[in-house]
Design a protein around this ligand. Structure first.
Ligand SMILES: NC(=O)c1ccc[n+]([C@@H]2O[C@H](COP(=O)([O-])OP(=O)(O)OC[C@H]3O[C@@H](n4cnc5c(N)ncnc54)[C@H](OP(=O)(O)O)[C@@H]3O)[C@@H](O)[C@H]2O)c1
Length: 252
């Protein structure tokens, strides 16, 4: 089993850690799959990396069969719903064991002013209730949903520049890659005179700083709901449980 590949769908820090831990544990062919959306992605210190889409469910199923993949771990971002559904369908088609690593979402603490939005479109419609200067901490893919908010000013933070044709007219872009510290985030919100934040509920520590900073400053946070996931998935929420699943599958 250890000689056949383990494929990890990535895009998260945990995916990189899983690759490294599996290689350390002696698994010889551990592959991280990245979407290719980021030109200079953070890479694991071990294992192999492949980049780019597979071509839908069938393309992924073909890859799994052709490469004789033994186990599939979906450690993609909690909002990367498409690849998660493709993984689920491809695993069913090929009969391959699949585990979904699902990073737990943040939960609301006393003092948080969270407003739930079902989509970016709904979040954009809500903004008039929450001030003029908006921090869009959502990456760059869904920026277009805010293009019609012409009377608001946006601070956009993403690793790479958003498409200027779809970005809201009044915006300033800053390039940055987490982790982000709460004190630095509070300083940024103050300096930019931010009235409200829009964010995904990504979970984890790396990007929690903005949530703590908004609480400290009493700012509203428009929180985009997580997308639905395949209902009957086998899931884990920790790296250790994921490694235990691999060991269990490998010994079977
Ligand atoms: N994907 C990520 O690594 C990532 C990381 C951080 C945040 N997010 C957030 O998730 C949301 C959706 O992003 P998205 O469009 O990238 O995801 P998505 O909607 O789930 O995926 C779109 C397509 O990208 C390809 N893809 C995605 N992840 C892949 C992976 N790990 N390996 C190989 N191909 C992959 C697949 O193409 P094929 O159908 O051709 O196989 C997939 O159908 C956004 O809000 C984004 O900010 C995503």
């Amino acid at each position: 089993m250890a000689a056949r590949p383990i494929l990890i769908l990535g895009g998260t820090g945990e995916a990189r850690t899983l690759v490294e831990r599996l290689v350390q544990s002696g698994y010889r062919d551990v592959r991280l799959s990245l979407s290719g959306a980021t030109r200079t992605p953070a890479l694991p210190g071990a294992g192999k990396v492949r980049t780019g889409g597979f071509g839908g469910t069938q393309g992924l199923a073909d890859y799994l069969t052709r490469e004789r993949v033994a186990l599939l771990i979906d450690a993609s971002h909690p909002y990367a719903a498409q690849i998660t559904f493709h993984a689920h369908a491809a695993a069913q088609q090929t009969g391959l064991p699949l585990l979904r690593f699902n990073r737990p979402p943040w939960s609301k603490q006393a003092g948080d002013r969270w407003i739930a939005a079902a989509s970016h479109q709904q979040a954009a419609q809500m903004l008039p209730g929450y001030g003029m200067r908006v921090f869009l901490a959502i990456g760059r893919k869904e920026i277009g949903a805010y293009a019609n908010c012409r009377d608001r000013s946006f601070l956009i933070r993403s690793i790479e520049q958003p498409d200027p044709d779809t970005a809201p007219a009044r915006h300033r872009w800053i390039s940055a890659r987490g982790p982000f510290d709460a004190a630095d985030e509070a300083a940024l919100l103050r300096k930019e005179r931010i009235d409200c934040l829009v964010t995904k509920n990504s979970g984890g520590n790396a990007t929690y700083g903005k949530i703590a900073a908004a609480r400290l400053l009493g700012l509203p946070v428009v929180m985009i709901d997580r997308p639905p996931a395949p209902p009957d998935s086998t899931t884990s929420t920790t790296i250790d449980d994921t490694l235990a699943w691999v060991r269990q599958q490998s010994s079977g």
